[in-house]
Structures are given as C-alpha cells and as structure tokens.
Design a protein around this ligand. Structure first.
Ligand SMILES: Nc1nc2c(c(=O)[nH]1)N[C@H]1C(S)=C(S)[C@@H](COP(=O)(O)O)O[C@H]1N2
Ligand SMILES: [Mo]
Length: 507
C-alpha cells in the first residue's frame, strides 16, 4: 500500500511539474521544455556508436524513441521521488530540486540559451513542490490508522486530491501543447512568405528520367516523403521578419541580409539530389527536389575572402554548425541558399526559411538547415558539430546504387521481371549500372536519362526469372570510370560502401 502511494505521489508530482514546465515553455520557447532539453543534451552527448544504432534501428523515429527513453527514466525517478517524499518531505523536496537542477543544466547547455530559458523548469519545480506537499499530506492521512471515522473517507480524500493533481498535470500539458502549436511563429511566417518566380527556371526534366517501372522512387521526391535527418527535437520556429543572415570571419566586407534582401538578388531553380552520410547501403536517406534559391558563390566573392581560408562554417538558429570546403562552393557547382522546395517555401522540417545546399557533398557538410550565419575560416581553426563527433571533415558523396523493385523477399511469378532502382554519384554522374543474378555474370541495366550529374539516375533490367530463390545485386560506375567496390563499409565516418542486394522468390 505504501509503495502504491509512493508511486501516486511521485507520478503526480512529476506530472504536474512537467505539465507546468511544458505550458510555460510554450510561451518562452518550446525548446526550453526541460524534457526536450534533456533529450537534446542526450543527442549531443551520445557517443557515435549509440547515434548510429539509433538511426539504424529507429530511423526517422529516432527522436520519438529518445523521448520515450527520457520519459521512462523520468517515471522511474518519479517513483523513487514519491517513496522518498512519503518517508520525509525533505527527501522528496531534495529529490525534486535535483531533478530541476538537471533540467536547468540541460536547458542552459543549449548553444542558444538565455537566462529566461530556465523559467519553465523553475515554474514546474515550484508548483511540483506544492503538489507534492499536498498529495503527501493526503496520502499520510490515509496511512494514519483513523479510529472512529470510516477509513473510506480518508482514502476518498486522497483519491480526490490525487485526481485533482492528475487533472492539473494533464490540463497544463494539453494547454501547453495547444499554445505551443498556436504560437508556432514559423508556421505563420511560412504562410506569409512569397517566393518570386525564378529568373532562371530549372530546365524542364526530359520525359526519359523515369525508368517507367512501378515501385521505383519518384524522380522528384514529394516534400512529405523527403527524408529528414537532424538533431532538432522540436522543429525550429523562425519568423522571417526578424530573421537575419550574417556573413563574417575572414572577409573584407562582412554582411547581414534580411530574407527580402536575399530574394531581391533574384532566385534560380535547380534539381538537386541530397543524401545523408548515415544512409546504409540500400537505405532510404536520399531524395531529389526542385530547389529555388540564390547562388552562394557570388555572395562570398562580393564579401572578399581573405587569403588562406578554406572552410565556410554555417550555423543554424539552434546553434548547430556545419563546415563546408570553400573550394566546393566556389568551383562552379550550383551551391545554393535554398528558400523553396518543389515549388513551396521550405517546409519547417527542411530548414525554413533558408538552408544551404552544395551538390556533391553529404548533407552534414553542405546542407545546413535553419541557416542564420556563415563564417569564413580554416579547417584548422574550427571543428563543426559532426566533426567534433568523429565524422570526416571532407565528405564527397560516394557512388552508390539501390534496388527499389522487387522489394526484399518479394514473391513473383516466373517470366519477365523488371529489376529497377536508382544510382547516384553527384558531381560525377552515373555512366553505367550493372545487375547480377546469383553468381551469374554482370549484365548492363538500361539507364534512364541523366540530365545533370548532380541528380540520381534511374535504371532498369529486364530479367527472365526462373523459379527458385534468387539474390539480385547492383553496382554502378561513375563518369570517372570507377565502379562501386563490393567492400562493405559502415556509414561512419564518411559514408557506406558495398553492393546493394536483395533476395526474391520466383514461383
Ligand atoms: N540545422 C541543421 N542542419 C542540418 C542538420 C542538422 O542536424 N541541423 N543535419 C544535416 C544532415 S546530417 C543532413 S543529411 C541534411 C538532411 O536534410 P533534410 O532533413 O532536409 O533531408 O541536413 C543537414 N543539415
Ligand atoms: Mo546526414
């Protein structure tokens, strides 16, 4: 019975504290919610193998899994807290202070933290403490053997108090959630943005870019299907009216732009394939979009890059840094500050209002989302976020290919079966794709049109399938003549290698 009451005291205290913190955070900044802050801190501190495991196991749900873990730990802590509070209130209060201290430390550890950011933790802890005292009092009334009066009354008192606290916890959290969504400045700001028509539209895609086979990824990935990889537990909410982009560091003329300043330079449109270094062989973290943006190289040239510089460090509004080789931006490729994706302002998840895109580089070295500053420096002088965590400084995209259809373990009838998929080698371009059935010879697949080396390329091979279980393999060759190696490498530290294969059954 005592254990059960301890559980109730602890869970209610924690529930009210977190509910209140969530509510106050909705007004301050959703990212100051202590649970999110602890989660973000865990993301930043997680050793590389843990991160790789999380992305591999939970994929795009890695954030949900992480928050689930934080809540599970919190629940455990809450039970201990409740038990301590029932023994002595002082112990309970001390436990609560310890929790609040962890929350406050996590909030203040965010790269963009300001002192007001601890307001949600402090309010939560204060009201949580009051809740704990009230619920403990109610619980102890029941514990004391109560002569004369029916026990039921006291138990009812406890239950009423408990129910009251539970409702408070739920209501504050729910109101916080609603306010948070309403106050989503980014959503409103995005709705107000008008992107002018591009002065230089992307050339129309040739009809032949599609291999014309069901089950192959769409050539242009719809925004809602575009993979998302980032460290942001809450999507940054940016108001374009107050947003600024600065360029400084080793330049002669540092600059600051508003969103309208950038648009006034005139926008262009480019079809570019973007992929993630964390993608496993055959994995889903790749997509192609029609991006609208402004060329990045002229902005840097106008600012006057001093001699001896080789790195551009971009920083996002939540403080993440990405380091791009200056050479890659200035060598004539279509490095962009993108403002729109497939004809609409950048979705919040993909970096609204402005993100960088550098064709031929993995996203973690060239595609900073929610961009707010760019600094010209050297690789010696600064290690950006992922490099601090051991990922490669220099990360050009590796040549790769993927079988989209048939799916693994598919069952098909014998006869002609279309094997098809995508291959990519941004900047170089794909010149050949070959398919191998079991231990047979490599056979040339037919390539669909490849209008730009910065785009993935679809391919198809018509296979006369015979009954049995078969392993299908694919490998691509890029325009330098290099064919993909079959040597398996994990994504860490500079991208996976190996041939994608899939097993199917023909009946
Ligand atoms: N601000 C910010 N930008 C970021 C990241 C991030 O974590 N934060 N992740 C990078 C990585 S690893 C990749 S692969 C791309 C993914 O872009 P997408 O989510 O729009 O597909 O964004 C890059 N830009
Ligand atoms: Mo990535």
């Amino acid at each position: 019975m005592t254990a059960a009451r301890g559980l109730v005291v602890g869970v209610l205290t924690a529930g009210v504290a977190l509910g209140v913190a969530h509510l106050v955070a909705a007004f301050v900044d959703p990212a100051t919610d202590p649970v999110l802050a602890v989660g973000s801190l865990a993301v930043d501190l997680a050793p590389q193998p843990v991160k790789a495991f999380a992305i591999r196991t939970f994929g795009t749900n890695d954030k949900l899994a992480l928050l689930g873990g934080v809540y599970a730990l919190l629940a455990l802590g809450a039970v201990l807290l409740g038990a301590a509070a029932l023994r002595r209130r002082r112990y309970g209060l001390a436990g609560l202070v310890a929790f609040a201290a962890v929350g406050a430390a996590a909030v203040l550890s965010r790269p963009t933290a300001t002192p007001v950011d601890v307001l949600p933790v402090l309010s939560g802890a204060g009201i949580g403490a009051a809740t704990m005292l009230v619920v403990v009092r109610a619980a102890q009334t029941v514990l004391v053997p109560d002569r004369g009066r029916p026990r039921l009354l006291n138990r009812r008192q406890f239950l009423v108090t408990a129910a009251g606290a539970a409702v408070t916890a739920g209501a504050t959290a729910a109101v916080g959630q609603t306010v948070g969504r309403r106050s989503a400045v980014g959503t409103r700001s995005r709705a107000s943005v008008r992107i002018p028509p591009p002065g230089r539209p992307a050339p129309p895609l040739p009809g032949g870019v599609s291999a014309g086979v069901d089950g192959v990824s769409a050539f242009l990935t719809p925004n809602r299907d575009f993979y998302r990889v980032d460290t942001a537990l809450t999507v940054p909410q940016v108001d374009v009216r107050t947003w600024r982009l600065t360029l400084d560091g080793a330049v002669d003329r540092p600059r600051t732009w508003t969103f309208d300043d950038l648009l006034a330079r005139g926008v262009v449109e480019r079809d570019i394939t973007l992929n993630c270094v964390s993608n496993e062989v055959g994995g889903p973290y790749i997509g192609t979009a029609r991006w609208t943006g402004i060329f990045l190289a002229p902005l840097l040239r106008e600012a006057g890059i001093r001699a001896g510089q080789n790195q551009l460090v971009s920083r996002s509004v939540e403080g993440l840094t990405i380091g791009t080789p200056l050479e890659a931006i200035l060598d004539g490729r279509d490095a962009l500050l993108a403002v729109a994706m497939n004809g609409e302002p950048l979705p919040l998840e993909h970096g609204f209002p402005v993100r960088m895109l550098v064709p031929g580089l993995y996203g973690y070295v060239g595609a900073c989302k929610w961009l707010t500053s760019m600094r010209v420096t050297t690789f010696d002088a600064f290690d950006p976020y992922w490099v601090q965590r051991g990922w490669a400084v220099d990360a050009p995209v590796k040549t790769a290919s993927r079988i989209d259809t048939p799916k693994p373990f598919a069952r098909r009838r014998g006869g002609p079966v279309m094997i098809a998929g995508v291959a990519w080698a941004q900047r170089r371009g794909i010149t050949a794709v070959e398919v191998r059935i079991d231990d047979g010879p490599w056979r040339q697949a037919r390539l669909a049109d490849g209008p730009s080396p910065d785009l993935w390329r679809q391919w198809v091979y018509r296979w006369d399938a015979t009954p049995g279980s078969h392993t299908l393999r694919v490998r691509a060759t890029d325009a330098t003549g290099a064919t993909q190696t079959d040597e398996r490498a994990a994504p860490f530290p500079d991208g996976a290698t190996g041939w994608h294969s899939t097993t199917v059954t023909i009946t």
